[in-house]
Design a binder for this molecule. Structure first.
Ligand SMILES: Nc1ncnc2c1ncn2[C@@H]1O[C@H](COP(=O)(O)OP(=O)(O)OP(=O)(O)O)[C@@H](O)[C@H]1O
Ligand SMILES: O=C(O)C1=C[C@@H](O)[C@@H](O)[C@H](O)C1
Ligand SMILES: [Mg+2]
Length: 167
């Protein structure tokens, strides 16, 4: 059983570096690392974009909630997908098992980082722009964050340092 509060969970927009920085953070702390997108791909039997194409955004969100709400680890850095915050059930579970860190980037940095949103498999409703998605998601990230780390313009190494300083 996961104990209370000995994990770190990274949240933030797609491309904010949850996976990239998460694995380095785990290494620096001597923790394990869990990328919940990989668990979703395994359970969903395909790539994220294929799963979304097959079962739709709502089906994907349900699968993501099921996976995230049943993550049971200790001394781990957890990198969920950017859409994890749509599930209050999953986020309450994450709060129970650890400290939630919001990797905050401004819109322009996110836009520069992300390539083709469809190829990446972002949960985007029909007609929704990246700006719409950014505006929709920010209040969720702010709501669930225990710690917020602003990372604009920092290299990967300096971002890791800043996250470590804020723990
Ligand atoms: N300073 C930086 N910090 C983090 N990532 C960076 C930086 N500069 C460029 N990148 C690139 O931005 C991308 C970040 O993507 P990553 O998959 O880590 O994001 P994510 O938050 O896990 O997204 P998702 O929600 O889709 O899982 C990577 O391709 C990484 O190489
Ligand atoms: O932010 C998003 O909408 C997503 C991010 C990915 O990590 C995946 O979890 C999925 O493709 C959706
Ligand atoms: Mg990721």
């Amino acid at each position: 059983m996961a104990e209370k509060n000995n994990n770190y969970i990274l949240i933030g927009m797609p491309g904010s570096g949850k996976s990239t920085i998460g694995v380095l953070l785990a290494k620096a702390l001597g923790y394990d690392f869990v990328d919940t997108d990989l668990v979703i791909q395994q359970k969903g039997g395909g790539l994220l974009k294929e799963i979304i194409a097959r079962i739709g955004n709502d089906g994907f969100k349900q699968l993501e909630e099921d996976v995230n709400a049943s993550i049971d680890v200790n001394k781990s850095v957890i990198a969920p997908g950017g859409s994890a915050v749509y599930s209050d059930k999953a986020m309450r579970h994450f709060k129970e098992i650890g400290t939630i860190i919001y990797l905050k980037l401004d819109y322009q940095t996110v836009k520069r980082r992300l390539g083709n949103l469809k190829a990446r498999g972002v949960v985007l409703e029909k007609g929704q722009t990246l700006r719409d998605l950014y505006n929709e998601r920010i209040p969720y990230y702010e709501k669930y964050a225990d710690i917020t780390v602003k990372l604009d313009k920092l290299s990967i190494g300096n971002s890791l340092e800043k996250v470590l300083e804020n723990l």
